[in-house]
Unconditional design. Structure first.
Length: 319
């Protein structure tokens, strides 16, 4: 019988083509699975709480993996370390070797035996992301440039915060997503705040889940408000239009997955079953409505390219 481990990870996404494995490209998942293959002497697929785009970082990513009991219990060797500590240390050493870095850009912060019923993806209650922006007048820190977007205008953080409030609750976020075939774009945003902290403008978003590039599209829209090109009420209009034709996506490097929340151990299995059932129901419903006139004909009140922030709309992976 294998043992299920929860791995708490952090990574600098600058050099990666996202979380998910892509042939011929460096990815976070590929890096960790290659190290696990050496450590466990076999294939050990990872299940992740939230896939991240190319260039997006994580401070609180969570994954689970099923490994042979022997690979886990023998990890300490002759040391007096616990199997959890030894497994994480050995995994990090293999990652560093694979990356060729003395200080690697992927770190497993902890490896623990998962409680019964734990699923990194489906047991999660919410994910929290933060997007950091240095606007006009903010200090430009070269040491933090890989994780902060620099903009040359002064942002009205209060107006952005007011606009973000309209996103809280359960909505169809089609206007902020690249929809996947058979997948729903309905999400529940639990918190949406914009504030100044430590000299930066911080956009904090917490939701049950995020669809493809949803966080970056929200930030791109809020920037139009912060720069004074749109009124705060415009964001609610974009949300209600349910059209992603004019979606403006902020650059990936300012975004960090900060934290994933889970219920009490006794509720993990029930939460996972509930999330799977909801996914299956949504997929079935979305498949029958893929070509509905409502989803294809409605557009935002202003859909011209000139009214959107001038960011790339290229996409890679799901947030």
């Amino acid at each position: 019988m294998p043992v299920r481990l929860r791995l708490d990870c952090a990574y600098d996404g600058s050099a990666f083509a996202g979380w998910a494995v892509q042939p011929g490209l460096p990815t976070v998942q590929g890096t960790l699975e290659a190290a696990l293959a050496v450590l466990t002497r076999g294939r050990s697929p990872l299940t992740v709480a939230g896939r991240t785009d190319a260039g997006v970082h994580a401070r609180g990513q969570v994954v689970h993996v099923d490994v042979p009991v022997g690979s886990f219990t023998t990890a300490p060797g002759r040391s007096d370390r616990s199997p959890e500590e030894a497994f994480a240390r050995r995994l990090n050493a293999l990652v560093a070797r694979d990356r060729g870095l003395r200080q690697p850009d992927v770190v497993v912060r902890a490896a623990t035996v998962a409680p019964p019923g734990f699923d990194a993806r489906f047991s999660a209650l919410w994910r929290r992301y933060t997007y950091r922006i240095a606007d006009l007048g903010a200090p430009r820190d070269p040491l933090a440039r890989a994780a902060v977007l620099w903009v040359d205008r002064r942002l009205d953080a209060d107006a952005m915060d007011h606009a973000a409030a309209s996103l809280v609750g359960e909505h169809d976020f089609l206007s902020f997503c690249r929809p996947r075939p058979g997948a729903t774009t309905v999400r529940t945003v639990l918190d949406a705040r914009v504030r100044r902290a430590e000299g930066l403008v911080r956009v904090d978003l917490r939701a049950d889940a995020f669809c493809h590039s949803m966080v970056r599209a929200i930030v791109g829209t809020l920037l139009a408000v912060g720069e004074g090109r749109r009124e705060p009420e415009w964001v609610a209009q974009v949300l209600g239009a349910r059209s992603h034709d004019a979606m403006a996506v902020a650059p990936p490097h300012g975004l960090t997955l900060e934290e994933v929340g889970y219920p009490a151990d006794a509720d993990l299995a029930a939460r996972a079953a509930q999330a799977r059932a909801r996914r299956d129901q949504s997929s079935s419903s979305s498949s029958s409505n893929t070509n509905s006139p409502e989803s294809s004909s409605r557009s935002a009140s202003s859909s011209s390219p000139s009214s959107s922030p001038s960011f790339s709309t290229s996409e890679v992976k799901a947030e």
